[in-house]
Design a protein around this ligand. Structure first.
Ligand SMILES: Cc1ncc(C[n+]2csc(CCOP(=O)(O)OP(=O)(O)O)c2C)c(N)n1
Length: 326
């Protein structure tokens, strides 16, 4: 029989890897080594990692621009993620996508989407393909609470509900759309109340405990796989950093953030549970050291890789030849 620590330790390791990769990328960003925007996932790691533990490699995942955690959880290597952030040819999107557009077809990670809510319809399309071809994979689509007010969200959800697609739609409600708190933009605070409008099941829970996330996502995935249609899940979470690196965060107090870190840090919660289960501080230190080696290796790899190639810019564009000049 497997113990809690047998299950939790590899998940803790993955969350730690995501956190450390992101902390290093924040450092590289302020040093001017990363261009464009950088949206960190710090504080929300239990969601990507718990989800991965609930699905198979044949399932599909799509998310927003806050995507590094999902790429890593799906199996994109730290080297390929860091190289993508640095705009290098060795990155998972050949350095052409950057932070917001990570993509890894081999790991069935279909982005990294910058248009808020736009990928909900894309996810419905991927789920439709599975149903049409009678494949048994499930498509999981993540977005923020701000996205649930967007037309693309409604369009995708409506078709997914109508066709009972094998999909799970997951709102990571971190309370703020950029600098705007949810209470100022939405009349209804329980977002799963939108689910019946699309003839979907709904579920709502806190996303700080990675094992709980795994178990709750697994139920919705099971429902989708059994042909019983999609679920809209709202996971209550919190981002510890600004919306992106350029966000000074004036819309919330440092006391609020500190309080959340104390009570809701998914790494802190899992670490405490592991210690309770008899894992020693020394074991955890060794794990941290091992993760750190991989992170430093990824930074070095990114720094030493060739920049994205100008000539490969159009290799991945889906448009008829000749249209570029039209
Ligand atoms: C269609 C569209 N409108 C506006 C923006 C600008 N924008 C980028 S992120 C963001 C806030 C989204 O908040 P939420 O969906 O809650 O996601 P979170 O960043 O909190 O994960 C906005 C308005 C955009 N990228 N796309």
């Amino acid at each position: 029989m497997t113990s809690v620590s047998d299950e939790l330790l590899p998940l803790y390791r993955q969350m730690l890897q995501i956190r450390r990769i992101e902390e290093e990328s924040a450092k590289a960003y302020v040093q001017g080594k990363i261009g464009g925007f950088l949206h960190l996932y710090i504080g929300q790691e239990a969601i990507a990692v718990g989800t991965e533990a609930a699905i198979t490699k044949d399932d599909n995942v799509l998310t927003t621009y806050r995507d590094h955690g999902f790429a890593l959880a799906r199996g994109t290597t730290p080297r390929a993620v860091m190289a993508e952030l640095f705009g290098r040819d060795t990155g998972c999107s050949r350095g052409l996508g950057g932070s917001m557009h990570m993509f890894d077809k081999d790991n069935r990670f279909f982005g990294g989407h910058a248009i808020v809510g736009g990928h909900v319809a894309v996810a419905a399309g991927i789920a439709f393909r599975a149903k049409y071809l009678k494949q048994d994979n499930v498509t999981l689509c993540f977005f923020g609470e701000g996205a649930t007010n967007i037309g693309g969200f409604h369009e995708g959800m409506s078709l997914a509900g109508l066709w009972k697609l094998p999909a799970v739609f997951i709102c990571e409600n971190n309370l703020y759309s950029m600098g705007t708190p949810l209470v100022r933009t939405m009349p209804e605070k329980d977002l799963t109340k939108k689910a019946p409008g699309y003839a979907m099941a709904g579920d709502r829970f806190e996303g700080h405990d990675v094992l709980e996330v795994r178990d709750r996502i697994a139920k919705a995935v099971e429902r989708a796989r059994a042909g019983d249609g999609p679920t809209l899940i709202e996971i209550l979470t919190y981002r510890f950093r600004g919306h992106s690196m350029s966000d000074p965060g004036k819309y919330r107090t440092s006391e609020e953030v500190e309080e959340r870190k104390k009570k809701h840090d998914p790494l802190r919660i899992s670490r405490a549970k592991l210690l309770d289960e008899g894992i020693s501080e020394a074991d955890l230190d060794a794990l941290h050291e091992e993760v750190e080696e991989g992170v430093q290796d990824a930074v070095k790899f990114a720094e030493e890789s060739e920049p994205a190639k100008r000539e490969s810019m159009f290799d991945y564009v889906l448009a008829p030849e000749g249209d570029a000049d039209a």
